[in-house]
Unconditional design. Structure first.
Length: 274
């Protein structure tokens, strides 16, 4: 009698395990139903895609101009690369989708900050500022130059505070350059944030030449600004950004939308100097 009961128990257990495996396989298959929308055929975009495909070889990739030809509702996860692709998704009525954006300069202006999962154009400020303190001797105060205060400024301020690094916020617009330059005199090093006003070529050249005339080290998140005269760039690694996105999707394998208000700072970073 005991052997019969034991046999029935083992058979029941085996059926239960089989059912659980089938359910898990069903859930995992959702993660293969992924769409990437890109707007530009440029190296950063292509490297992000390569990094993502190294983790998720099965996904569809469409250019923004071709998206209207497909049914977006058949996808569980949609990744938008570039501001234009992200703006398109923001204005598309999609429900019960995990939407992720990356390579977006100003998510606040597009209106997606806090609505989708985001990946910043900046690497983690905590790690960047640690390295700055190691590379530059006697750095006590850092100046943050920006046009409009945003999520990145707030994160940078938190990181500086955590590392006992003083900071001064130096907003720039077309009317306060003189006052801003006075503020720059008070700092030991300058971090140049990226937005449309700062990156306008005439403004950029004026700022860089003015800061360099004060013998202040100047850093940014964009390697391209080395050509304009900055001293060093702490930029994101685009291939790693793709793998970062894949890892977040793996953590959200049950399509849990609780994390959609978060923005991630890709790691590791790439340090480049003149």
């Amino acid at each position: 009698m005991y052997k019969i009961v034991k046999k029935i128990y083992l058979i029941t257990l085996a059926i239960y395990i089989l059912i659980k495996i089938l359910i898990l396989k069903g859930n995992t298959s959702n993660l293969e139903n992924i769409l990437i929308i890109k707007d530009k055929n440029i190296e950063p975009v292509n490297l992000v895609i390569q990094g993502f495909l190294s983790q998720y070889p099965k996904c569809d990739i469409y250019n923004l101009k071709d998206v209207e030809k497909i049914n977006l509702n058949k996808y569980d996860i949609i990744i938008a690369l570039t501001s234009e692709a992200t703006y398109y998704l923001k204005n598309t009525n999609l429900k019960n989708k995990l939407i992720i954006y990356a390579l977006v300069l100003s998510p606040e202006k597009i209106g997606v900050l806090g609505k989708f999962i985001g990946f910043s154009i900046y690497p983690p400020f905590q790690e960047v500022f640690k390295d700055i303190k190691n590379r530059y001797n006697n750095i006590k105060t850092i100046g943050f130059i920006f046009n409009e205060k945003n999520y990145a400024i707030e994160e940078a301020a938190k990181a500086a505070k955590n590392l006992n690094l003083n900071y001064i916020l130096i907003p720039i617009d077309n009317y306060n350059y003189k006052n801003a330059l006075k503020q720059i005199e008070k700092v030991d090093i300058v971090y140049l944030f990226s937005d449309s006003i700062i990156l306008e070529e005439n403004n950029l050249l004026f700022l860089i030449s003015s800061i360099k005339s004060m013998n202040k080290p100047l850093i940014s998140a964009h390697k391209i600004l080395l050509k304009y005269g900055i001293d060093a760039a702490y930029s994101i690694d685009y291939f790693s950004l793709g793998t970062n996105i894949a890892n977040i999707i793996k953590k959200n394998d049950s399509l849990n939308y609780d994390n959609t208000y978060k923005i991630y700072f890709p790691y590791p970073y790439v340090y480049t100097s003149k």
